[in-house]
Ligand binder design. Structure first.
Ligand code: BGC
Length: 719
């Protein structure tokens, strides 16, 4: 359909038909759904009439080719103008083949693999009838108390942007309309949802425009630069106004400065939440504010459906504003090819063949390998097959390793750690649970100790239940539950080597784990192939290359702790610093337990001093940096060489370092390679006091290394 055809279609639509396009409802509302009529809870209170349903624009959370085809068929039969429904769902890190959680995906530092994971997720969901995924989630995070840190790639604006682009490319491909294997992406949650005060979900966000622009916005922008089709607004306020009704954020920045002409959707119920936020008197007021700010689709509440017609009749809302939103939605339907083929990829036969196919599981395994992070290793790993292992702990044989956003994933399909070891060793390991996630009793502890006594090495699988992170999964205590710490302590008394493997969705306070473990693997929620991936890593058939993309704090009291902070006027450790009157805690180091970028390998890497092609950079000439990196150990390994910059004197304060680039290199034992980076003036730009975005002549430090703390450096001048 041409743009003109879309206008013609719009002109044929009545106002009620237009308004219904702007509403998104869950499957129970629709004929043809197996859940039809199961309308309970808040859904039941919605003022949606039987006449509204044939005109509704989109469906939330449907899946399955048969089901979606059936809903679409019934809908088209009843829709006066035959406008197909859009089916949208949360396909966040896999559909049925579940990949590691996004925080883990970030730790792979491998955008190509992240893109592949999104491509697989798109393929599986498209064949099951889905058109749009509510992903990527690119919120920058600094507070591990917030359960939703598991959904993002971490604390760095640049890295989050790289992964945002990779995921959008993977989901959407190059030819969305022709390709039935891709889905439209919806970047979320716009904006700054990750900065909830105290890490409490849905809480207030309070930050300067500078922080917003410099740290929080770049990843959303990166997704849009990759032609991401949709944006979801966040639950939080931005400068005092909920994002969903925020004119400056949406009409001003998103639609104005960034020229975004795609569909903007509210988060679940966020239009109605303008009432408890205290910026709307009632649902009618909420509808007026959200639509005027540019929210095209209202998800799962009925403010638009119940009040937009009235607002138009009263002259409060111009029908043209509604037309614009409807047109964007029709445009998306057109871009997905739905007017030609309303069933698009939905194909029950292919569903059987494609979903969880061997190549998909293989891709999930590879990402699980590359996203696990080795935090500690006193030469206990890799294990030898001749060693007798005991596998102990609540995650020893637990399929709850998919993470909270694995809606279609099934625990039964997940390879548990035990199964992974059996696949590797062809025999059952000694096994005992020892403790539940949060409870321990004398009998189970006794069993664990008995089993442990028979082994040469103990693999202790610990972690958080998947519901302890994710949405509404905030915690104030981010240590492992006491029951598991008690188990570990009792096992440590046996004086055997302990390998702790952690299954969890956030950076943890690892006190109680670190002192009793000879090796620690942060496995995150590794997804469907977790057990196989970990078995390969444990026995050295694969090497670790994952590196943290979110700092692990020393304690909750330190939070937020992140690498790209400002220096303060009284930095700790400065040559002339006083002992007391510096910015510090009396009872804790300032820095994290494990910094951004950190992760060990079975081998070691040595960095030489970086060499610059010249020590002067100009706006029209780039500067080349070369650093030699050598594998100094006995294993082949992949290193992520990280490049950071520091602006020594800014017009406003600048972070102590900022990631600007990284490269992965695979080196054989003893092999050395030169790694080349190109530095440009563009990388030195920042927001000035008048919020202009530019660079200043002056001196810069460039730091290169295996993580954000252990770096080698040199200097150059921008002239
Ligand atoms: C979440 C979103 C999600 C939406 C639809 C909301 O509660 O915040 O991330 O996309 O539900 O499932």
């Amino acid at each position: 359909m041409s743009k003109r055809d879309l206008y013609e279609l719009l002109n044929q639509m009545t106002l009620p038909e237009k308004v219904a396009q702007l509403t998104q409802l869950a499957t129970p509302f629709f004929k043809g759904s197996s859940k039809q009529g199961e309308i309970t809870g808040p859904m039941a209170a919605m003022q949606i009439t039987d006449e509204d349903i044939p005109n509704i624009g989109s469906v939330l959370g449907a899946s399955g080719a048969e089901e979606i085809r059936s809903i679409q068929k019934q809908h088209l039969a009843e829709s006066r103008l035959g406008i197909p429904l859009l089916f949208m769902s949360d396909v966040v890190h896999g559909f049925k083949t579940i990949f590691p959680i996004p925080l883990a995906i970030g730790c792979s530092w491998n955008p190509a693999l992240a893109e592949e994971s999104a491509r697989v997720a798109a393929k599986e969901s498209a064949v099951s009838g889905i058109h749009v995924t509510f992903a990527p989630m690119v919120d920058l995070v600094r507070d591990p108390r917030w359960g939703r840190v598991m959904e993002t790639t971490g604390e760095d604006p640049y890295l989050n942007g790289v992964f945002a682009k990779a995921q959008v490319r993977g989901f959407q491909g190059d030819h969305l309309k022709e390709s039935k294997e891709h889905v439209a992406a919806c970047v979320k949650h716009f904006a700054a949802y990750g900065a909830a005060e105290g890490g409490r979900d849905y809480n207030t966000v309070n930050m300067s425009d500078r922080q917003l622009q410099e740290m929080y916005l770049p990843a959303y922008k990166a997704a849009l630069d990759e032609d991401c089709k949709m944006v979801m607004s966040s639950f939080n306020i931005v400068d005092g106004i909920p994002a969903t009704a925020n004119q400056t954020l949406m009409n001003g920045l998103l639609r104005g400065d960034w020229d975004f002409d795609g569909v903007m959707i509210s988060d679940w119920g966020a239009v109605k939440e303008l009432i408890p936020h205290g910026v709307a008197a009632d649902k009618k007021d909420a509808a007026r504010k959200a639509l005027s700010a540019g929210t095209d689709i209202e998800m799962m509440t009925d403010c638009y459906a119940s009040h937009l017609e009235e607002l138009v009749a009263e002259g409060v809302i111009d029908e043209q504003t509604i037309d614009q939103s409807v047109l964007r939605i029709l445009q998306l339907k057109e871009e997905l090819g739905l007017f030609e083929n309303p069933y698009r990829g939905a194909d029950p036969v292919q569903e059987e063949q494609i979903i969880m196919s061997a190549p998909h599981r293989e891709a999930a395994k590879q990402l699980a390998i590359e996203s696990s992070v080795l935090l500690k290793n006193d030469q206990t790993l890799p294990l030898q097959k001749s060693q007798k292992v005991a596998l102990i702990g609540p995650f020893a044989d637990n399929g709850d390793i998919l993470g909270q956003w694995s809606w279609q994933g099934s625990k039964e399909d997940a390879i548990t750690l035990r199964q992974g070891l059996v696949n590797k060793l062809q025999e059952e390991p000694l096994l005992a649970v020892g403790s539940d996630i949060s409870e321990i009793n004398a009998t189970s502890l006794e069993q664990a100790l008995t089993v442990a006594q028979q082994a040469d090495v103990l693999i202790v699988a610990l972690g958080e239940h998947s519901t302890m992170s994710g949405e509404a999964g905030s915690l104030t205590n981010i240590q492992l539950p006491q029951a598991q710490l008690d188990l570990l302590q009792s096992l440590a008394e046996l004086d055997k080597p302990i390998v702790s493997i952690l299954f969890n969705g956030r950076p943890l306070d690892l006190h109680g784990v670190i002192e009793h473990s000879h090796a620690i693997i942060e496995a995150w929620f590794p997804g469907t192939e977790g057990g196989n991936a970990l078995a390969d890593l444990l026995y050295g058939d694969e090497n670790f290359s994952g590196k943290l993309t979110m700092s692990f704090p020393n304690s909750v009291g330190q939070i937020p702790v992140y690498y790209n902070h400002y220096n303060t006027g009284r930095p700790k450790g400065a040559p002339d610093a006083q002992v007391r009157y510096v910015s510090q805690y009396l009872d804790s180091p300032n820095g994290p337990l494990f910094p951004f970028g950190f992760g060990l390998s079975y081998t070691t890497f040595a960095y030489q001093e970086p060499v610059l092609s010249t020590d002067q950079l100009t706006s029209d000439r780039t500067l080349n940096l070369t650093v030699k990196v050598k594998n100094t150990g006995n294993w082949t390994g992949t290193e992520t060489v990280q490049l950071y910059l520091r602006d020594l004197v800014g017009e406003v304060v600048r972070p102590v370092k900022e990631l600007k680039d990284f490269k992965q290199v695979k080196l054989l034992p003893g092999e050395e390679q030169e790694i080349h980076f190109t530095l440009t003036e563009e990388q030195l730009r920042y927001y000035h006091s008048d919020m202009s975005y530019s660079s200043d002549p002056g001196d810069f430090e460039v730091l290169v290394g295996p993580n954000s703390q252990e770096t080698v450096n040199t200097f150059f001048t921008l002239i």
